[in-house]
Design a protein. Sequence first.
Length: 152
Amino acid sequence: MARLSDIIEEFIKNMIDEMDGVIEIQRNELANYFNCVPSQINYVIDTRFTSERGYLVESRRGGGGHIKIKRINFSKPSSYFMHIINSIGEEITQQAAEVFIQNFLDYELISKREALLLKSATSDKALSLVPFELRDNIRASILKNMLVSLIV
């Protein structure tokens, strides 16, 4: 039997599909529909609708807590890569970088070979001569620059 989180995720994804990639929902209404607490809805949105998974989420407090969820358009890989470049920030862990790279592969935005190159270049092994406290900064810079090269 599916967990409630999985059911809520699937429900939201179906709504997004029906509304051409963008929905605006009320946290409390959705919680009432599923007979759960609003924090359960927050949990699902915070963990399943992230930029790494190809979604933009805008949350508005008050009035029941409106949440706007937009699926990023994968038909234009360059715009998705630019979104990811902007969301990475100044540092990224190896694990987070690998999640991004796996998503690029899953969405067929890059080839297996490109994925292997991205993973290799951003691995702790490749950065072994870099002091530990600087690795995530260097990794972010490498990943962003490699993604820029995929856009051009």
